[in-house]
Design a protein. Structure first.
Length: 137
């Protein structure tokens, strides 16, 4: 299994909206960056993703699971970009703020810090465990 982080502005698509989508999940679409799209293409069924509220909040608020691997993004008229379908797994009782992540030296290598504009990024196993534990407090 691989781990990822996906970003959404909560006023556009929030963790609560994702939860309401239920077991059928919802498409993770609208990604128009080639590196982020490449990351979507690398996602496999069952992979877990941190759900990050960007701009408003700047925090990891929960976890979603990939339930359908990449397919053509219906919102892209050029047919160059892809989407995956994800379903809600859990919401953190305590969101993990970007400032907390930046303070942890073991997480300083993450794309979330190094490439802050990237909307879909891989997360290594060790970092996943650290951040997941931070959210369980």
């Amino acid at each position: 299994m691989n781990y990822w982080l996906v970003k959404s502005e909560p006023n556009v698509w929030s963790i609560d909206q994702q939860k309401k989508a239920g077991a059928k999940g919802a498409p993770w679409d609208g990604v128009r960056n080639y590196q982020a799209a490449k990351n979507l293409k690398s996602m496999k069924f069952g992979d877990l993703c941190f759900f990050y509220h960007s701009n408003i909040g700047k925090e990891i608020v929960g976890v979603v699971k990939v339930i359908k691997e990449f397919y053509s993004d219906k919102t892209d008229i050029t047919k160059r970009f892809v989407a995956v379908t994800v379903k809600f797994e859990k919401k953190y009782l305590k969101p993990v703020k970007l400032e907390e992540i930046k303070k942890n030296k073991e997480l300083s290598h993450l794309a979330l810090i190094k490439q802050s504009r990237l909307s879909v990024m891989p997360i290594d196993d060790k970092s996943w465990k650290i951040i997941d534990n931070m959210g369980k407090v």
